[in-house]
Design a protein around this ligand. Structure first.
Ligand code: BGC
Length: 721
C-alpha cells in the first residue's frame, strides 16, 4: 500500500534553502584518489570492457583511497550516491547526512543490481528464456534481500528496452525482442524488488530504464539515435515501460538516446506528458550517467547550464554524475529561468521516495551483521540453480547425443569451461568469482570421469579416452552489456578452430555456448550435433549446465530473441511486417542475395529431451475477448515442461501489421504421454493498434491465430472480429 507523505514533504520543503533543494537532486559516485588518477566511472568502465578484471577492480576499490565528497555531503550538497555496495560505507555516509547536515535528510543509495547481487542469477536475457514471471519475481526478491543488506535502496533495473538487434550489446540486460515479454518480465521484477511495502528494510525501489526505446538504437550501435514512427513507438516499445509503471516502479531513468531528434534527457513530452500525465507516475526521474551534460554533445544544449535548464524544465528530477544541477541550477533559479516551483517539484520527488523507503524513520536499514547473514544463502543458491537450468535453451540435439549417459567419459575443452569469473556476465556488481561454479568444478563435484584442456593441445589423446567432447565457447562477458555493440556476431576464429579440431577427432561434440546476445552460428549449427545455449548463467552456471547435459532436468528454455544466420540480417525479429513482396524463392522479393530469408533459430524456439505435439485448436470469441484453446501432448518418454505460445495476425488493417504478434503463452508440465488443454483469453483491448492519426483502433475483420511451440507455430486458425 502506497502511503501519502505530501504534508511531510511540503513541511520539509518549506524549511529548505534553494541550495539544499538542489543538493537533493545531486547524485554522485565516489571518486578514487591516491596511487592512480581515474574516476570511479572510468574504473567501472575499465572493468566492463575488460581492461582490468573484476578481481582487480575489487582490489582497487578495497585498497584505494576513495573520495566520497564528504565536505559536499556535510554542506547538504548531495542527495544520493551511486556505486556504494557495502553497509559499512553506506552507514558511515548516512550518519554524516543525518547527524551533520542542517536538516538531517537521509541519503538514497542507488546501484545497478541487474541480475542478483552476491547470488548472481542468469543475465536477464537468459532468464527471460524461462518464460516464467513467477520465477522472475522470486529472483528479484533474492536480489533485493541481498542488495538492501549491503545498504542499497534503489536498483537501476529492470531494463525493459525491447531489443530487436543482436548487434546491440545491451540485449543481454533485457527480456529480448518482444514487447509483451518485456512488460511481464519488468513488472515481475518490480514486484520482486519492491515487495509489497517499500518501507521494509528488505525492499528496494525499482528504477525502470531506459525510457524510451533505447533498444532501437540505429544499427545496434550503443548510444546511437532512435528515429521511428509514433505508431511503432507506442505499439512495440512503450507498453513494456508502462507495464512497469503500472506494477508500481517508483523510479524511472530516461535513456541516453534521442527520440526523433529530442534526447530523452530533455524530452518533456516523455517525462511530463506521457510518464506523469498519461500514466500517472509520481515517483523519481533520474538521469542516466552524465546524460545531462552530454546534451551538449547531442547538439541540443549550448553548455552545461543550458542542459541543466532544459533537463529540469522537461521533468528530470535527479542528475546522475554530471554535476550540472549542482553547478548551474542556483543561478538558473535566481535569474528566474527555472521557476522555484519546478525545483520544488523535483526535490519533492526525491524526498517522496526517501519517505516511502522509510529512510526518515530508520536511515540505517542494515548493518554488517545483517549483511554477512544475507549473502549466498543455501536457498538463494538453489534458486539461482533453478533459474539457470530454466534459462538454458537446447538449440540442437541430433542423434540424441544428449542427455549423456551417467557413466559417459567427457573430454572438456575451452577456457570458458574453467573460468569462474566469466560465468557472471555483464553487470554483476556484487559478484565474487570464487562464488561461481564453472563446468570444470561442477564435473569435479559430481565425480564425473573427465579430462580438460583449454585448447587443442592433447585433443586427440583426450578424445581417444572420452565418449563425448564438450566445448565451452561463445563470448566473454565483456563482449556484451553497455558499450559492447558488435558488428560481427559470429564465433571468434579461435573458438571455431577449437570446434573444427574436436570434430576432426570423430567423437561426438557438444557445444555449450556462453554469450550475452544471439550469435550468428550457421557453421556451428551445421557441423556440431548438439548445441546448448547457456548464456551467462551466474553463480550456478556449471551445475546447471551439467543438470541439463546429464538429463537430471529436461531442458525447457525457449528463445526470446531471434538467432540470425548472419549479422547482415540484423535487425532480425519475428514480429516484422510482410511488405508487398515477402521474402521467398523468386528473385524480386524482400531478402538478401547471400543470406537466407529465415532465421537460424526462431523466436520462441527451444528443444527438449521429449517431444510435444499440438492439436484440437479452437478459436472463439465472447463479448470482450478472443478465446483460444489447444491440446498439448508430450509424445516422448520423458516428463517435461512446454511453453505453448499464441500469436495473432491482423490480416487486413488500417495500417500494415506484424506477421505474428505474441499475445499469450503458458508453460505446462506434462508427464510422458500426457495431454493437457491450454486455454488463452485475449481481451480485444489487447489487439488494438494505432492508425495514421495515432488514434487507437480496434482489430476488425479477419484475424489469424497461430499456436505452437515457437513463432513458426504449427496450428493455424482464423476468426472474424
Ligand atoms: C547505464 C545505466 C546505469 C548507469 C549507472 C549507465 O552508463 O546506461 O544503465 O544504470 O550507468 O551505473
Amino acid at each position: 500500500m502506497k502511503k501519502d507523505y505530501e504534508e511531510q514533504i511540503q513541511k520539509l520543503l518549506a524549511r529548505m534553502t534553494v541550495e539544499e533543494k538542489i543538493g537533493q537532486l545531486q547524485q554522485c559516485g565516489p571518486s578514487l584518489v591516491g596511487a592512480f588518477d581515474v574516476s570511479f566511472e572510468e574504473l567501472l568502465n575499465m572493468m566492463f570492457d575488460g581492461r582490468i578484471t573484476q578481481e582487480e577492480f575489487n582490489r582497487l576499490m578495497g585498497t584505494a583511497q576513495q573520495d566520497f565528497h564528504e565536505e559536499d555531503l556535510r554542506a547538504g550538497k548531495i542527495g544520493s550516491y551511486n556505486g556504494i555496495g557495502d553497509s559499512a560505507t553506506a552507514n558511515r555516509l548516512q550518519k554524516i547526512a543525518v547527524e551533520e547536515t542542517r536538516l538531517g535528510i537521509p541519503l538514497l543509495f542507488g546501484y545497478d543490481v541487474i541480475h542478483g547481487f552476491r547470488t548472481v542469477t542468469p543475465i536477464p536475457l537468459a532468464e527471460s528464456c524461462a518464460w516464467e514471471p513467477e520465477l522472475w519475481e522470486r529472483t528479484g526478491r533474492v536480489a533485493a534481500e541481498e542488495a538492501t543488506a549491503a545498504g542499497i535502496h534503489m536498483t537501476f533495473a529492470p531494463m525493459v528496452d525491447v531489443a530487436k538487434d543482436a548487434r546491440w550489446g545491451r540485449v543481454s540486460e533485457g527480456a529480448g525482442e518482444d514487447v509483451l515479454l518485456n512488460g511481464l518480465y519488468g513488472a515481475a521484477k518490480v514486484r520482486g524488488f519492491q515487495g509489497d511495502d517499500l518501507s521494509r528494510e528488505n525492499a528496494m525501489a525499482a528504477c525502470l530504464k531506459h525510457f524510451a526505446a533505447y533498444g532501437a538504437v540505429e544499427a545496434g550501435q550503443d548510444y546511437n539515435r532512435v528515429d521511428m514512427s509514433m505508431q511503432r513507438l507506442w505499439e512495440e516499445y512503450m507498453p513494456a515501460y508502462k507495464a512497469c509503471v503500472d506494477a508500481g516502479a517508483r523510479a524511472v531513468m530516461p535513456a541516453f538516446n534521442d527520440i526523433n531528434g529530442v534526447p530523452c534527457t530533455v524530452n518533456s513530452w516523455l517525462m511530463r506528458d506521457v510518464l506523469r500525465e498519461r500514466w500517472g507516475f509520481d515517483g523519481l526521474v533520474i538521469s542516466d550517467s552524465n546524460a545531462i551534460a552530454e546534451c551538449v554533445n547531442h547538439g541540443i544544449a549550448e553548455d552545461k547550464k543550458d542542459a541543466a535548464k532544459q533537463a529540469i524544465l522537461a521533468g528530470m528530477d535527479m542528475d546522475m554524475s554530471s554535476n550540472s544541477y549542482i553547478s548551474c541550477l542556483k543561478e538558473l533559479v535566481e535569474s528566474g529561468e527555472v521557476p522555484e516551483q519546478i525545483l520544488d517539484e523535483a526535490a519533492a520527488d526525491v524526498l517522496r521516495i526517501k519517505f516511502e523507503l522509510g529512510l526518515f524513520d530508520d536511515p540505517y536499514q542494515t548493518d554488517e551483521e545483517r549483511e554477512s547473514h544475507a549473502m549466498l544463502k543455501e536457498e538463494s543458491r538453489a534458486l539461482a540453480r533453478e533459474a539457470a537450468v530454466k534459462s538454458i535453451v537446447l538449440l540442437k540435439n541430433e542423434n540424441k547425443v544428449l542427455p549423456l549417459k551417467a557413466d559417459a567419459k567427457i573430454g572438456l575443452f575451452g577456457s570458458l569451461a574453467s573460468d569462474k569469473e566469466q560465468m557472471t556476465g555483464a553487470w554483476a556488481i556484487g559478484a565474487k568469482p570464487e562464488d561461481c561454479v564453472s563446468i570444470l568444478e561442477a564435473c569435479r563435484m559430481r565425480g564425473i570421469p573427465f579430462q580438460y584442456s583449454e585448447n587443442l593441445t592433447d585433443a586427440e589423446k583426450i578424445a581417444a579416452d572420452s565418449d563425448v567432447l564438450v566445448a565451452a565457447i561463445g563470448e566473454m562477458k565483456e563482449e556484451s552489456g553497455e558499450a559492447a555493440s558488435r558488428a560481427d556476431i559470429t564465433l571468434s576464429p579461435e573458438h571455431m578452430a577449437l570446434i573444427e579440431g574436436l570434430l576432426a577427432t570423430g567423437k561426438p561434440v557438444v557445444a555449450v555456448l556462453f554469450n550475452g546476445r544471439p550469435l550468428a552460428i550457421p557453421k556451428l549449427a551445421q557441423k556440431v550435433p548438439a548445441i546448448v545455449e547457456a548464456w551467462h548463467l551466474g553463480v550456478e552456471a556449471g551445475n546447471a549446465v551439467l543438470d541439463v547435459l546429464y538429463g537430471d532436468v529436461n531442458p525447457s528454455g525457449k528463445l526470446t530473441v531471434t538467432f540470425p544466420a548472419a549479422a547482415g540480417q540484423c535487425p532480425m525479429y519475428y514480429a516484422h511486417i510482410n511488405t508487398g513482396r515477402p521474402g521467398g524463392k523468386s528473385k524480386f522479393t524482400s531478402k538478401y542475395l547471400d543470406a537466407p530469408v529465415e532465421p537460424l533459430y526462431p523466436f520462441g524456439y527451444g528443444l527438449s529431451y521429449t517431444a510435444y505435439s499440438y492439436g484440437d485448436l479452437e478459436v472463439k470469441k465472447e463479448d470482450e475477448a478472443l478465446l483460444v484453446s489447444v491440446s498439448v501432448t508430450n509424445t516422448g518418454d520423458r516428463d517435461g515442461q512446454e511453453t505453448a505460445q499464441c500469436y495473432v495476425q491482423d490480416r487486413a488493417a488500417k495500417r500494415v501489421r506484424p506477421v505474428r504478434q505474441l499475445k499469450a503463452f503458458e508453460k505446462v508440465s506434462l508427464k510422458a504421454g500426457e495431454t493437457k488443454t491450454v486455454s488463452f483469453r485475449i481481451p480485444f483491448s489487447e489487439l488494438c493498434y494505432y492508425d495514421w492519426d495515432m488514434k487507437e483502433v480496434p482489430c476488425e475483420g479477419f484475424l489469424k491465430v497461430y499456436v505452437g511451440g515457437d513463432c513458426q507455430a504449427a496450428l493455424t486458425g482464423e476468426i472474424c472480429l
